[in-house]
Design a protein around this ligand. Structure first.
Ligand code: MIG
Length: 663
């Protein structure tokens, strides 16, 4: 049951797609205040939990900290980071004798103070006093999630090949460097489905151009790669380079499709291409126009894209530079700098990137009126990706494309997946990835994954192995690293067979992972589930935040510390432990309770729930070559409901896609 409560005259975000009329009663559960701010307050008891908030830091239970939903280009993902790239305003509040969900549908910042300022108070507040709030009731967290997901629409479904292992780096700047990567993997017999092209494939970072010197004829190159079983996935950035003669720039200006400044001129700011304009993705005509540009690349055989810098990220504008210079000049007039002056200057100069002044300095022309960017900020990346998706759908209505975005808002989950942005090669970021996944699933984002091995800083061999052992379970499985960091492709390290065995296990699991993904997408269920949701009566399970359930059958408990010989694992019921060692799979029955499980860094251990079974296939060099017949069932159960289809067309609801496998 979902009910809508309206405050002021909210901006229609298109997050909710089923018609729901506004209740004329007061918002239940919360004490509501509305003066200069909207404020919703709820008293929490000691054991109450708050789940959700999609892409956010810290725990699965969000209690004890404060979060902002503000799409932020911030590469520092630490415990004290309040906002990441996605703005996902859905929570589930679990109290002693009730549980409910709440969606605060607001395109600008909402703050969730979850027992931080006052331990027993949940305080949700927003400077924007125009907002739809949806309250979702249901008997448990799963039912509430399902009900919410029904209202926001079916999650994006990628092509089957997007479940393969993929490699990225900022940047493989030439066709030859991509060839080397493919050769590196193929020569070591490590499966590989795609290689990503980062910003350097473009001509001076101009969207929808290809640097012909570095890549020659992209169409031919894409064909060559595909013949070797590898797809190319180029990046698209939000900002459009200002350059005479560049068609995207010229069309955008002449048609008035860019965001404008106060005076109505196209807003200018610096990103990778230098000075750029930002397509006004909140204008449906501009969305259509930009989306159609993806055809330039799909015409060359490209079947997937990643949309970046779409918070949007802004390095600086002329305005912010002028103000910085003024400040410097003012200080320079004084004969010496005081410590306070030094700190003021240092802070000011180092906080120009993605600054509030820039976000307040441009406007959108939307069907709902002209809006200052800061009031609709969180819808920008969402609508960039919607623009791509809607046009890909028109170009090839029967075909699925790979598409994922960095910035997002609930609603975008219908169009694409997300990756979790610029993490670090840190052990703690393995655990951070594990913890963020269930919240993303609650908000509809099923196709997701972090940069395996970590984006910033150098990755060690053992970190990559341990990270892959989690990554084999994430729908998006991509190894990605920043420029200037150590080479992070699996074949760059010693004993590549260790990497091969782990990645082959991913491929062996694809029939299962894909089936569970599709069931979750079709039914509005979660693919990654916290133990707390599955075993709500079990106090230990409820507080276990470093293990997850995958679909209906599997539990994972990956290692996320260095030099560990294994880890403590809690089994909430009897399970079958599945161990991959040297490419060989063995099983062992284990009893409910606590165990120390030894797991060497080249092994993977996961668990199959009591009375359940999962299918395994044989590994192959890529997903196209996976043999999807003759699956082997392992686990203590005797049957498994498999979902299969051709992996590329869209006949999702055909009942023939389901097949009961028996031992
Ligand atoms: O400012 O395109 O998150 O994955 O490699 C950095 C270069 C811009 C940020 C993305 C990252 C990508 C990088 N981009």
């Amino acid at each position: 049951m979902i009910k809508k409560y309206t405050f002021g005259t909210p901006y229609e975000t298109d997050a909710v797609i089923i018609p729901i009329s506004t209740e004329d009663t007061a918002l239940p559960y919360f004490k509501t205040d509305c003066d200069d701010k909207l404020r919703f307050e709820l008293t929490l008891q000691k054991d109450d939990a708050v789940y959700g908030l999609g892409e956010s830091t810290r725990g699965i239970n969000k209690r004890g900290y404060t979060y902002n939903t503000f799409c932020a280009d911030d590469p520092n993902h630490t415990e004290t980071t309040n906002a990441l790239y996605g703005a996902h305003n859905f929570i589930i509040v679990e109290q002693k004798d009730r549980i409910f969900g709440a969606f605060f549908d607001c395109p600008s910042t909402v703050t969730y103070d979850i027992g931080f300022t006052v331990c027993h108070k949940l305080i949700i507040s927003s400077e924007n006093t125009n907002m739809n709030v949806y309250i979702v009731d249901g008997k448990d967290a799963y039912e509430i999630t399902r009900e919410f997901r029904k209202a926001i629409g079916r999650s994006y479904i990628p092509p089957m090949w997007a479940f393969g292992y993929t490699q990225s780096r900022w940047s493989y700047a030439t066709a030859d460097s991509v060839r080397d990567v493919v050769k590196g993997y193929r020569s070591k017999n490590i499966p590989l489905d795609a290689v990503y092209m980062d910003i350097d494939y473009m001509e001076r970072y101009k969207d929808f151009t290809v640097d012909a010197k570095a890549f020659g004829n992209l169409e031919e190159f894409a064909r060559e790669m595909k013949a070797d079983g590898v797809r190319l996935v180029p990046i698209i950035d939000a900002g459009v380079k200002i350059e005479e003669g560049y068609d995207v720039y010229e069309e955008g200006v002449s048609k008035g499709y860019f965001c404008t400044d106060k005076e109505g001129k196209p807003f200018e700011a610096c990103v990778w291409p230098g000075m750029t304009h930002f397509p006004d993705f909140l204008n449906p005509d501009a969305r259509l126009w930009f989306g159609e540009k993806y055809k330039t690349l799909t015409d060359m055989g490209i079947e997937g894209f990643w949309n970046d810098m779409n918070e949007p990220a802004i390095f600086f504008s002329q305005n912010s530079v002028d103000r910085a210079f003024e400040k410097v000049k003012a200080y320079a007039k004084e004969s010496s700098l005081t410590l306070d002056g030094f700190n003021d200057l240092k802070f000011y100069l180092s906080s120009r990137q993605n600054c509030e002044e820039d976000y307040s300095g441009f406007y959108h022309n939307t069907p709902q009126g002209r809006f200052c960017h800061k009031d609709v900020h969180n819808l920008y990346g969402y609508n960039m990706t919607r623009s791509a998706s809607e046009s890909l759908e028109k170009t090839a209505p029967e075909k699925r494309f790979l598409l994922f975005s960095r910035a997002s808002y609930i609603g975008m989950h219908r169009y694409s997946g997300i990756w979790t942005g610029d993490n670090h090669s840190w052990w703690s970021h393995i655990l951070a990835e594990l913890k963020v996944m269930p919240g993303l699933n609650m908000c509809g984002f099923l196709y997701s994954g972090a940069d395996i091995g970590g984006f910033n800083f150098d990755c060690s061999r053992d970190l990559l192995l341990r990270w892959l052992a989690l990554g084999i379970f994430t729908p998006l499985m991509r190894n990605h690293a920043a420029c200037g960091t150590r080479n992070q492709e699996c074949y760059q390290f010693e004993n590549t067979e260790d990497f091969r065995h782990i990645i082959e296990l991913r491929y062996r699991l694809i029939p299962y992972l894909y089936s569970e993904y599709m069931k979750a997408a079709l039914n509005g269920d979660m693919y990654f589930k916290p133990l707390a949701f599955e075993y709500p009566e079990d106090q230990v399970a409820k507080h276990t935040e470093d293990q997850l359930l995958i679909g209906n059958e599997v539990m994972i408990a990956p290692v996320y510390t260095q030099n560990a010989m294994g880890r403590y694992v809690y089994l909430p019921e009897d399970m079958t432990a599945v161990r991959m060692d040297g490419g060989v799979i063995t099983t062992e029955e284990m009893t409910k309770g606590h165990h120390f499980v030894e797991i060497a860094e080249n092994q993977v251990v996961f668990y199959i729930r009591k009375g359940k079974a999962i299918p395994l296939c044989k590994p192959a060099k890529n997903t196209d070559e996976l043999e999807k017949e003759n699956l082997e069932l392992i686990g203590s159960g005797s049957e498994y409901l498999l979902y299969t289809d051709d992996g590329i067309s869209k006949d999702y609801d055909n009942p023939e896609n389901f097949r009961l496998l028996r031992k």
